[in-house]
Design a protein around this ligand. Sequence first.
Ligand SMILES: Nc1ncnc2c1ncn2[C@@H]1O[C@H](COP(=O)(O)OP(=O)(O)OP(=O)(O)O)[C@@H](O)[C@H]1O
Ligand SMILES: [Mg+2]
Length: 277
Amino acid sequence: MDAKHLLEIKNLHIGFKNDEGVTPTIKDVNIHIDEGEIVTIVGESGSGKSVTVRSILKLIPSPPAIYTQGEILFKGQNILDMQENEIRALRGSEISMVFQDPMIALNPVFTIGQQMENIYLYQGASSTHARLSKKKSILKQEARDRSIYLLEKMSLPNPENLLKMYPFELSGGMKQRVIIAMALIKTPKLLLADEPGTSLDVTVQASINKELKRLVEEEHIAMFFITHNLGVAKQLGKRTYVMKLGEVVEEGLSEDVFLNPKTDYTKHLLDVLPKII
Ligand SMILES: Nc1ncnc2c1ncn2[C@@H]1O[C@H](COP(=O)(O)OP(=O)(O)OP(=O)(O)O)[C@@H](O)[C@H]1O
Ligand SMILES: [Mg+2]
């Protein structure tokens, strides 16, 4: 098996089932990412960015989604062939995701500390092993130390106190920072960031992105970052993929893609999409 990339999406086709049949939505997409690499995906609304990235963890239920063709190789293993329990073992531990809407990721009835501890102790296959070989009190202390470390790295003041707070007590920017810390608690190999923070003020968004980039680089975590903002794409990712109507129409080093776009579509995107950093 070809395992030279951390993740490789090969000839992926996804359709959506409806009354008339299956609408082809993702068409022959080829995307890869290496360990520790940051890659951005840009494209207009409806171009298939979220469907592509969510397909990596099979987050779109099938049906309506039909994976008609292709492979998604993670460390050389095809995720599309995996059983639900194998995928669950990857989710949150080896591959983690940050969504656009912070409220989906946070549970209103538990404190931030309880939620972070829960992920640390119980998510992913490695947890089972750790649970069997380590005392619970040691794991709880590890969870607490790692939570405080990450919250601090995300520029959240007084993390010890924050662990005792409930989501409703936090501002939008704080919630987004907490969600990123949660997604990184198990030190995943790959983070999928689908337009995090788009509902926030642009300056808050910019500082969150900067902290996120620094953190994944320090911990050598690979990241797919989806954005509408070409300034952010250029600044964050070494490489960029441009999507249009379910296809990748351009790819390359971010500075090449944005300074010397090869396709008229990318030139058009440069005209219409925001470039604020
Ligand atoms: N559950 C679904 N059922 C049917 N069609 C869907 C479903 N989810 C997405 N689609 C379709 O797939 C296409 C791609 O959607 P996707 O959400 O990936 O776009 P996007 O590039 O992420 O857009 P945005 O920038 O607005 O988030 C769209 O035409 C959308 O209508
Ligand atoms: Mg989307």
